[in-house]
Design a protein around this ligand. Structure first.
Ligand SMILES: [Zn+2]
Length: 251
């Protein structure tokens, strides 16, 4: 049996706190448990290091983004050591091996015609690095529902992934695999979200410099959420020095 588990990768715009320690311990307990059952385990943790938030935090600290993420990632690494975490790999999204694979992935989508150019206009929360629909904002004042702070109206030319057109395929997947998401309540929540209609998502950022460059238009960067999501795959491809996806993918 093969078992793979990952903590969230920790966003390095500020220092580790109890919440990070908690999810590291939770992941470690699962990893140790499955190893004791005699299973082959891949336990991943690490840091999510790109995006406008990190660039701003670096600027405030008076250092370059790279210097900043090196410092903070080291603090996260020391936290995992202090907790005696048994992770198999500590990924950093600034690992060149990761960045190259993120570029390859997005280039492949582009080459196969899955991305289109469009203008994104919406209410943007710079702390979430997320665009919100007007209906999701807290009124009055168009406030971010997470941070309760004002969002800004942003317009950018970006490359979009047509998520909306994949909804029927996703629904089919969910219907054929009722245990695809667990527990059941989350399965229902995700399925009904897809059924209610998906919006296309921006895969690039025109106004954020601290990120993985878009291969065919390097003045733009790949959206930090896309970059970060791919760790589940990329870490298995290079983390152990040998590609272990045959054993652990899908995760
Ligand atoms: Zn926010």
């Amino acid at each position: 049996m093969a078992f793979s588990v990952t903590t969230p990768i920790y966003y390095v715009n500020s220092d580790p706190h109890l919440g990070h320690a908690y999810t590291t311990v939770a992941g470690d307990v699962l990893a140790r448990h499955h190893r004791r059952l005699g299973e082959d385990v891949f336990f991943l943790t690490g840091t999510d290091e790109h995006g406008g938030n990190v660039a701003r935090a670096a600027e405030q600290a008076g250092v370059t983004p790279k210097q900043f993420v090196d410092q903070v990632a080291d603090r996260f690494r020391r936290m995992t050591t202090a907790l005696e975490s048994t992770h198999d790999y500590f990924i950093r999204t600034t690992d060149p091996e990761h960045e190259r694979r993120v570029q390859d992935f997005v280039q492949r989508l582009f080459d196969e015609g899955h991305l289109y150019e469009g203008t994104y206009a919406g209410y943007y929360c710079s702390s979430c690095e997320v665009f919100y629909a007007e209906g999701d904002l807290v009124q009055p004042g168009n406030l971010c529902p997470i941070h309760n702070r004002p969002t800004e109206w942003v317009e950018e030319k970006n490359w979009f992934f047509p998520l909306s057109k994949w909804a029927p395929k996703l629904l089919d997947l969910y219907d054929r695999h009722p245990d695809f998401v667990r527990p059941q309540a989350r399965y229902n929540e995700a399925r009904s979200m897809i059924a209610s209609g998906l919006e296309d998502v921006s895969f690039t950022r025109a106004s954020v410099n601290w990120g993985v460059p878009v291969p065919w238009e390097p003045i733009k960067t790949i959206y930090v959420w896309v970059d970060a999501l791919l760790i589940y795959r990329t870490a298995q491809e290079y983390g152990l020095g040998t590609d272990v996806t045959a054993t652990f993918w899908p995760t």
